[in-house]
Design a protein around this ligand. Structure first.
Ligand SMILES: Cc1cc2nc3c(=O)[nH]c(=O)nc-3n(C[C@H](O)[C@H](O)[C@H](O)COP(=O)(O)OP(=O)(O)OC[C@H]3O[C@@H](n4cnc5c(N)ncnc54)[C@H](O)[C@@H]3O)c2cc1C
Length: 271
């Protein structure tokens, strides 16, 4: 991250949040939490580069897991298919399933006698539309709004609805600097209300947020391309812990394959 000059955020003093109809005060906290601001693609590429340094880690490029392999009550590996179409079995002492919310875990478990995995789900229809803009500064060109901390620069701007409690929770937006001299802005709609992916429509959506700061900011910036829309229709929690007696051994589920939550309220990677 340091190598690539990724902007660093002091979350307590450099975050400007409008919520519940007012600006939140920024305070210097003892032991502030500092985080690097980068896109997911950048973080994943950096993680992969770090992992490649370990000689006991192997990557299977362009390969899909198509089933679990096992016998009796034990998972012993996976069956994979390469891009060229050949099927290869990989064996494992412990299999960790981190195939995310779209993974096939539940259907694969049927061969081990697990007919159905109980789950809780909530439909909320959250959508993110994200657009990148050119930047020439780590800071966001707006002044602090709380009147007390103008000395601190703003690195994250968040505009939340006046009433931030469900079901009234609605349109909101987040803005921050990322790698390669870019700003990233995500505009979020709730209940199948996505922000458009074209610049004009994106700005129009931002004008409907609870405070004009986001729209004013976007109007002064040049988009790098059209936005990308991502729909998160449902939050889901698979209750694997209720199946202790029937789940096969040597098999572990992690991350979104267990629980994927509305990213507005839950942060998957730190779960
Ligand atoms: C819009 C949005 C914003 C978010 N913001 C944040 C945030 O700010 N902070 C945070 O902590 N979290 C955030 N999250 C949540 C976070 O992205 C997820 O919780 C996290 O990525 C889950 O990691 P995972 O490894 O379990 O699954 P994933 O990241 O979904 O990875 C699963 C991988 O497995 C691969 N895969 C699936 N099936 C197979 C197969 N059969 N064979 C081979 N490969 C397969 C998939 O292609 C994918 O690459 C956000 C999520 C969304 C949608």
């Amino acid at each position: 991250m340091k190598e690539h000059n990724i902007p660093l955020l002091n979350t307590s003093t450099q975050t400007q949040v409008f919520i519940g109809g007012q600006w939140q005060a920024r305070r210097d906290q003892p032991g502030p939490m500092n985080i690097y601001l980068a896109t997911r693609g950048f973080v994943e590429a950096a993680t992969r580069k770090c992992m490649a340094k370990y000689t006991n880690v192997q990557f299977q490029e362009q390969t899909t897991v198509i089933n679990l392999v096992g016998s009796g009550d034990r998972v012993t590996g996976v069956l994979t298919r390469t891009k060229a179409g050949s099927e290869v079995e990989l064996s494992a002492d412990l299999l960790v399933d981190c195939s995310g919310k779209g993974g096939n875990t539940c259907s694969w478990l049927k061969q081990f006698g697990v007919e159905a995995v109980p789950e809780w789900s909530v439909q909320h229809g959250i959508s993110y539309t994200t657009m990148l803009f050119k930047r020439d500064n780590d800071d966001i060109p707006i002044e602090s709004q709380d009147g007390r901390s103008v000395a601190h620069r703003t690195r994250v701007l968040a505009v939340y609805p006046d009433d931030a409690t469900p079901p009234k929770y609605s349109r909101h937006g987040l803005f921050w600097p990322v790698e390669h001299d870019q700003y990233q802005c995500s505009l979020i709609g709730v209940g199948k209300d996505p922000a458009p992916t074209d610049y004009e429509g994106f700005v129009r959506f931002s004008e409907t947020l609870a405070h004009p700061a986001m729209a004013n900011l976007l109007k002064g910036l040049k988009p790098i391309g059209p936005g990308t829309m991502y729909m998160v229709p449902t939050s889901r929690f698979r209750l694997f812990h209720k199946l202790d007696d029937v789940l096969p051994n040597s098999f572990l589920c992690l991350g979104d394959s267990v629980m994927n939550v509305d990213p507005v309220f839950g942060q998957g990677k730190i779960r």
